[in-house]
Design a protein around this ligand. Structure first.
Ligand code: BEZ
Ligand code: FE
Length: 322
């Protein structure tokens, strides 16, 4: 018996005496399917959507109704086989098993099919329409940590600087897009991978919180720190996301980038990434995060023995009107 036979033949439910198969619905209620077991068409999809009970919250009804519609249409469109469906189920299960507070394989699977980038664009579409000079958003990715330490401006986030690492000085001003005024006390949360392509939580050789820090803007809205000039790295390839990339004949690489979250009182926080304009993979980022306005130019830094290059990156935040 194929993996879908239970549903198609009604064996997930019980055969009733009136010639219908009852499929166990949500909340224990049964929905009726004609005994012909015709589950291929829209009628069956409607039946599944309508099985949601009256206590379903409106947003869940909208999201799940649409999700069921689209996933049924998808299965019909590609004539999804039981083996293909089971492969997908196994990939989701494997992603769950390998995820923990240091690794989020489910998120990575979404990233390689562009879903996190799409959700990011949807989330920020209103802000973008405002015609103000806003800093563009980009995906969070799976390596942010909520417990990053706050460090003084002008200090470093690179503690185990690798031999092939180029130290950069990064500075900028955070302003309000509404008024153009500097935002004092804004928090700039930054994280990046080392030159071996690993974030500190992936790499026992790096000290905890290496290449991460939060910086609070000064009286002029300015922040500054030393970091590494970022280098391209491949997303983790040892799980189902890597398998998916291989199946689709795609490479695993991301262009050189630094992650940022910027928060300021009364303003919408922005999660973003900035990309070295000289990096490889800007045109074919494996997780589709590169956007106009997020590429930056590192330039040589003079008279500073601590850094070979520097970057000025100003940030403009939208007012929070909620
Ligand atoms: C990252 O840049 O950290 C990242 C984003 C999406 C998937 C994997 C890694
Ligand atoms: Fe990253």
């Amino acid at each position: 018996m194929g993996a879908t036979d239970g549903i198609i033949n009604g064996t997930n439910g019980t055969n009733s005496t009136d010639g219908t198969n009852s499929v166990n619905g949500v909340n224990g209620r049964a929905a009726e399917v004609p005994a012909t077991g015709h589950t291929l068409g829209q009628e069956f999809t409607d039946l599944v959507i309508k099985s949601m009970g009256p206590k379903t919250p409106p947003r869940i009804r909208t999201v799940m109704g649409s999700f069921i519609q689209h996933i049924h249409d998808f299965a019909r469109e590609v004539n999804l086989t039981a083996d293909e469906w089971m492969l997908g189920v196994e990939m989701i299960n494997a992603a769950g098993k390998m995820s923990d507070n240091k690794r989020n394989e489910g998120q990575l699977m979404c990233d390689v099919i562009g879903l996190e980038s799409l959700v990011d664009a949807i989330t920020y579409q209103e802000a973008v329409k405002s015609n103000k000079p806003l800093t563009a958003s980009a995906i969070l990715g799976p390596f942010w940590r909520s417990d990053t330490p706050t460090r003084p401006n002008g200090t470093t986030i690179t503690f185990d600087t690798p031999e092939d690492g180029v130290v950069a000085f990064m500075t900028g001003q955070v302003t309000s897009a509404e008024t153009g005024e500097p935002l004092v006390g804004a928090v700039v949360d930054v994280w990046q991978a080392s030159t071996n392509g690993l974030y500190e939580q992936q790499d026992a050789a790096q000290q905890e919180h290496n290449l991460r820090g939060k910086f609070v803007t000064d009286a002029e809205g300015r922040y500054s720190f030393y970091c590494l000039r970022p280098t391209p790295y491949p997303v983790p390839g040892d799980g189902p996301a890597g398998k998916l990339l291989d199946l689709m004949d795609r490479h695993h690489w991301r262009p050189a980038h630094i992650h940022l979250i910027i928060e300021a009182e009364g303003h919408k926080a922005v999660t973003t990434q900035i990309f070295d304009s000289e990096s490889k993979y800007l045109e074919d980022d494996s997780v589709f995060a590169v956007k106009d306005g997020l590429t930056v130019n590192f330039v040589p830094r003079k008279n500073d023995p601590k850094a070979a290059v520097q970057l000025t990156y100003d940030i403009s935040l939208a007012l929070d009107t909620k």
